[in-house]
Structures are given as structure tokens and as C-alpha cells.
Write a protein that binds this ligand. Structure first.
Ligand SMILES: Nc1ncnc2c1ncn2[C@@H]1O[C@H](COP(=O)(O)OP(=O)(O)OP(=O)(O)O)[C@@H](O)[C@H]1O
Length: 322
């Protein structure tokens, strides 16, 4: 039995199809991330899993039992599933400890442990109007977790957070899985959040799952330009360039490999191991350089740690298979 089994879920709103035939499974403690452009249906999918949106067809099974939609039950939602919305709200001007006390069904030891995991022990005496956005969000999260859910759905938790609060929240989310044994599904626009955290990534477009795979698969073998673009810069190899690289590297590029990440393009010593090109521009990004090179009428981006080139240089370029 899967922990979560979503099968053939479609959602209609105002006559439009918002989700179309979504199916996937999640094992307990498996980290799943959802990526996709704005309006691709990510939030609607999480809300349907949580029992907050009614599917027109298909079903969600959580721990083997059907999650009923809002049309089927008096109080929408499922006791074992918590959904942290992008628009979470905290009551105004109350002390944090009061807010948490109302929701709390934990023993005092369990509650203390939860506040430590959420990094909010030092905030309990504050009023909600004396908190930063990141602190408010961790309190909203702690409040959800006081009901001891087994599945936590995080809807873009990192948007609007500065670097410091984002890195605190990343640690909190890891501890929630590791120490509290809560399984998570997370939506994020930032590839750095999803690639480093997820065991499986669902790529959504137009209400459908376009690609499903582990981070290495979706990063190095995107099914199309849309999927490639969600996880960073990419080059498109023309058939002529693919053929030239094939003969240099003794490999056979299939259609997946025609979308190539800049770090998989390398400079070579001479024409015996590289295709001749001309440097158009070198840009510094702090952690690396990106060099734009034209070769065989195609503009490619090469990512390197050091820079040894300038505009107009003749260079030789090859490819490493990811
Ligand atoms: N209740 C509703 N009635 C009508 N249309 C809706 C409703 N809820 C969502 N939609 C539409 O469904 C589509 C998917 O919305 P959803 O919020 O799930 O996308 P998303 O991928 O989460 O977007 P974002 O990244 O901007 O949050 C959008 O075009 C949205 O306008």
C-alpha cells in the first residue's frame, strides 16, 4: 500500500480544466517537489490532495483511505494532512503562545520539541504584530504541526523570504521529516530548493504532469525546453553540432541530450578534440563564469570555474556526457 496514491485526478473550475488526469504515488518519508510555471496547477493539486478542492474525477488515497472532497463532508480537509498555504494568516495582536495553545493537542514535552524544531522557542511571548514574515511563517507551520499530521503540503514556503530566513526554514523542513517523521510535498519555483531536497520531482504544465523523475533525470534529461528552463540555463544543439560532438566524443546523442546544460560543454585544447568557435562574451557570476561561444552558426553557453578567454578569441569546444 502506498502512503499517498493520487489516481486520475481531474479538477474543473468554472467550466475550465485546471487539473487533468494526474496520477502519482508517494512512499512514506519520500520528499516530492512540484515545479511548474505560474498557473500550471501546482496549488490546486496540493489543495485537492488535502481535501480542500473537489476532484471532478479520480481519487486521492491517503494511507489506503479515500480523501473526501469539500462537497462530500461538512468540514473540508483531512486530519492527517496539513496544508501550509501561500496566504497563511495568524490572528492579529495575540501572543504566539496563546495561538499555539488553542491549537495544541500535544504533551508539553512534545510541544517544546516542536517549537525547538520550528526555531520559535524565543518568540513565544511576542505578539503577532512584532514578528518578521519568516517568523510568522514558522509559527503558522508550528500551529499546523500541533495537530500531528503525517503528510505536510508546503505551497511555495520560500517565496518572499530573505536568504537568512530561507536557510532557517530549509533546516526546519529537514528536521520535520527527520525528527517528527512527517512526509512532505513542496512547491518551489527555485531549482536550488527542489533539486537539492527532493527524491522525486513532478514537472507540471497546463494542469498535467509533463515529467516525473529524480532530480538528476529532470535536470540532465528534460523532456522539452519548458522542462529544461525550469531548472536553469540550457543550450540547444543543432543536428550539425550534435553530429560534430558525437564524432569527437564517440557517443550517440539521443533527442534528450540535445538540450545540454552549460556545465556539460567544455573548452578543448585543439581541433583534434573540439569544434572551432569564437567567444562572443564572458560574464562573471561570482561562483562561475559563463562564456558565450558561436560555433557552426549556433550560440552556446559554456560554464567554467575559471576564465581564460576574452571576446573575439578563437576557441575549441566539446561536450561531456552528463
Ligand atoms: N477556484 C478557481 N476558479 C477558477 N479558476 C481557478 C480556480 N482556482 C485556480 N484556478 C485557475 O487554475 C489555474 C491553476 O491555478 P493554480 O493556483 O493551481 O496554479 P499554480 O501553478 O499554483 O500557480 P502559482 O505558481 O502562480 O501559484 C490558474 O489558471 C488559475 O487561475
Amino acid at each position: 500500500m502506498s502512503f499517498l496514491h493520487v489516481s486520475g485526478v481531474s479538477v474543473l473550475e468554472e467550466g475550465s480544466t485546471i487539473l487533468k488526469d494526474i496520477s502519482f504515488t508517494q512512499q512514506e518519508l519520500q520528499n516530492i517537489a512540484i515545479a511548474g510555471e505560474t498557473g500550471s496547477g501546482k496549488s490546486t493539486l496540493l489543495q485537492t490532495i488535502a481535501g480542500l478542492v473537489q476532484p471532478a474525477s479520480g481519487q486521492v488515497l491517503f494511507e489506503g483511505e479515500k480523501v473526501w472532497g469539500p462537497h462530500d463532508v461538512l468540514v473540508p480537509g483531512h486530519a492527517g494532512i496539513a496544508y501550509l498555504s501561500q496566504q497563511y494568516e495568524l490572528p492579529q495582536f495575540l501572543r504566539v503562545e496563546q495561538i499555539l495553545k488553542y491549537a495544541n493537542t500535544l504533551t508539553s514535552g512534545e510541544a517544546e520539541n516542536l517549537y525547538t524544531i520550528c526555531r520559535i522557542e524565543h518568540l513565544l511571548k511576542r505578539r503577532t504584530n512584532q514578528l518578521s514574515g519568516g517568523e510568522k511563517q514558522r509559527i503558522a507551520l508550528a500551529r499546523l504541526l500541533t495537530s500531528s499530521p503525517r503528510l505536510l503540503l508546503l505551497d511555495e514556503p520560500y517565496s518572499n523570504l530573505d536568504v537568512v530566513h530561507k536557510s532557517i526554514l530549509k533546516e526546519v523542513i529537514r528536521d520535520i521529516s527527520n525528527s517528527l517523521d512527517i512526509t512532505c510535498i513542496l512547491i518551489s519555483h527555485d531549482p536550488a530548493d527542489t533539486l537539492s531536497w527532493a527524491e522525486e520531482i513532478l514537472v507540471m504544465k497546463g494542469g498535467q504532469i509533463l515529467q516525473k523523475g529524480n532530480p538528476e533525470q529532470v535536470y540532465t534529461q528534460p523532456v522539452n525546453e519548458y522542462a529544461a528552463g525550469l531548472f536553469g540555463k540550457y543550450n540547444i544543439l543543432t543536428p550539425a553540432l550534435a553530429q560534430a560532438f558525437n564524432s569527437l566524443t564517440n557517443s550517440t546523442l539521443n533527442h534528450y541530450n540535445l538540450l545540454v546544460r552549460p556545465e556539460h560543454i567544455k573548452f578543448a585544447k585543439d581541433k583534434s578534440n573540439g569544434v572551432e568557435g569564437k567567444v562572443q562574451q564572458v560574464t562573471y557570476y561570482g561562483s562561475h563564469y559563463e562564456t558565450e561561444v558561436t560555433l557552426l552558426d549556433t550560440l552556446l553557453t559554456v560554464k567554467t570555474l575559471k576564465n581564460g578567454h576574452q571576446q573575439g578569441d578563437k576557441v575549441f569546444v566539446t561536450m561531456v556526457m552528463p
